[in-house]
Design a binder for this molecule. Sequence first.
Ligand SMILES: *[C@@H]1O[C@H](CO)[C@@H](O)[C@H](O)[C@H]1NC(C)=O
Ligand SMILES: *[C@@H]1O[C@H](CO)[C@@H](O)[C@H](O)[C@H]1NC(C)=O
Ligand SMILES: *[C@@H]1O[C@H](CO)[C@@H](O)[C@H](O)[C@H]1NC(C)=O
Ligand SMILES: *[C@@H]1O[C@H](CO)[C@@H](O)[C@H](O)[C@H]1NC(C)=O
Ligand SMILES: CC(=O)N[C@H]1CO[C@H](CO)[C@@H](O)[C@@H]1O
Length: 282
Amino acid sequence: MNNFNFIFVFICLLFLTNRNVHGQCSSNVLSQYFNGSVIGIKVIYFESGSVSYMIGNSLYSAQISSDLFNINSFNSISSSNVDCSRSNNRQPFDVNKVSLPFSDARSLLISRNGAVSMNIKGIKLEFQLSYCSSSMAIGVANNSIPYTFYFSFNQNSQFGLSCNDTNVVTETPKPNNKNITISSNIINQWTTNNINYYQFDGIIENKSKKVIKSLILSSSVQLRDDSSIWDLVRINNNNQQPSTFTLPSYVNQIAIDSKYKFGFITKSDRNPTFNIVSVTYQ
Ligand SMILES: *[C@@H]1O[C@H](CO)[C@@H](O)[C@H](O)[C@H]1NC(C)=O
Ligand SMILES: *[C@@H]1O[C@H](CO)[C@@H](O)[C@H](O)[C@H]1NC(C)=O
Ligand SMILES: *[C@@H]1O[C@H](CO)[C@@H](O)[C@H](O)[C@H]1NC(C)=O
Ligand SMILES: *[C@@H]1O[C@H](CO)[C@@H](O)[C@H](O)[C@H]1NC(C)=O
Ligand SMILES: CC(=O)N[C@H]1CO[C@H](CO)[C@@H](O)[C@@H]1O
């Protein structure tokens, strides 16, 4: 990790001396990233003399949103996180202080025309990217901080994980794929004002040979209301059907040999079907 700060200075110098930045953002420049592939995004910004560096992955999927939306836990690391534990040397960008800036899959939205909506730990920013090249863009947000975005078709994996990224893959599974199963069963039921309610436990089981890093599910489940699902996050608008769900941002992975549990309340006793829209393995 000792080289990390030097790499940072290098990245920052690259940014400051970058002469390949052309004019206004047009939809043509960014539209290549709206082709259904998972897009690796890196964000660098400067605030009060510190540098923050965020990485993660986003996706455009017509059924879900007209924007690129974040599909997994973006990681953020900052020069202001200093570690002094090793040999009493100041080490910025302490990997043990990585934070998860986004709380759901709508926290970083980028439109084809370069409109950005970003919600970092409850602070909402909306701005227009002002300069774009084919792989980078800069915009000054309404908190006066300039944000630089780097786009790539290579997916990012999280800080602090094994450096061997060769096996990060995102798939759109076939309907009869048995490697990931999603099942549910009723654990409680009650009647209020003559309406029957059913509480379900859901289980996602990874029967593949790989660690699941992120998942997008689609279902026509009719929830009691917007708050009647936990440990899954609905991406699209409440009344839109089918609904799309993702793992909450605090879930970094569905580990090897683990089952992931979620819960929900419906007005129907029929077990809903959850289909897998996409899955990212590492
Ligand atoms: C999207 O474009 C990239 C770069 O051209 C390509 O590698 C990728 O396969 C495309 N994805 C889809 C789903 O067509
Ligand atoms: C930035 O814009 C958003 C959305 O319009 C607004 O909610 C937020 O308060 C603004 N932030 C600042 C620092 O002006
Ligand atoms: C990286 O992972 C791949 C796939 O699991 C494996 O074949 C390869 O040997 C690994 N490389 C190293 C250096 O560990
Ligand atoms: C299930 O996972 C195995 C191992 O990762 C893979 O070889 C196989 O093709 C997968 N099956 C399906 C139906 O995707
Ligand atoms: C639930 C779960 O994690 N299942 C599988 C995930 O991937 C590992 C990889 O070896 C399998 O062993 C698990 O059964």
